[in-house]
Design a binder for this molecule. Structure first.
Ligand code: ZN
Ligand code: ZN
Length: 181
């Protein structure tokens, strides 16, 4: 057996042991092997993928969403906040509890994909200034008054019912704070 095969097998076994422990500790959550990592709050289901060096941490990340009671989000900023909170939970609690070494570069890399997505959606197609997102998810630019609806649906949006009319002004310093690991 080649040494990387052996390593893969060892990490596969470590992952199955972890999954067993998590199933016992989170008996209200269905934890199942899938083609992607995901968290489905309505089915109380977490999916994970085997064969990745990062599988254990990514699985803990999805479970962190369940622990934090994350469901839908209304504004893009909220998704960033949830992602950041889930990684903090892995760093501060879950990785220690389950003996998985935390990798802040991985967390950062994952968060950056959300940040890039956010920048892309919130910058005004007319003048490039960052806009604010209002009710019904449209963005508006304070500089040139343009209003736009971003059409990148990479992350599934789940709408909450009975939302009050309000606007979310993006606090960009907040975003940098979310990305400190
Ligand atoms: Zn996440
Ligand atoms: Zn503009």
């Amino acid at each position: 057996m080649k040494s990387d095969d052996r390593e893969r097998e060892a990490s596969g076994q470590a992952l199955s042991r972890l999954v067993e422990k998590l199933r016992a500790d989170f008996s209200n959550v269905k934890i199942k092997e899938a083609g992607v990592f995901y968290w489905n709050p309505y089915e109380k289901e977490v999916g994970y993928l085997i064969g990745h060096e990062e599988s254990a941490l990514l699985l803990l990340h999805e479970l962190a969403h369940t622990e934090l009671g994350h469901e839908g989000y209304e504004w893009d900023m909220e998704l960033l906040q949830m992602e950041s909170a889930a990684w903090r939970k892995v760093r501060d609690e879950l990785s220690g509890r389950y003996g998985v070494r935390f990798d802040s570069e991985l967390a950062l890399r994952k968060l950056e994909t959300y940040r890039d997505w956010f920048w892309e959606r919130s910058s005004c197609p007319g003048c490039g200034t960052y806009g604010f997102q209002g009710l019904d998810a449209k963005y508006a630019c304070r500089a040139c008054q343009r209003v736009w609806r971003p059409n990148d649906n990479r992350f599934k949006r789940v709408w909450r019912k009975g939302v009050d009319e309000k606007r979310v002004f993006c606090d960009f310093s907040e975003i940098d704070k979310l990305l400190q690991f």
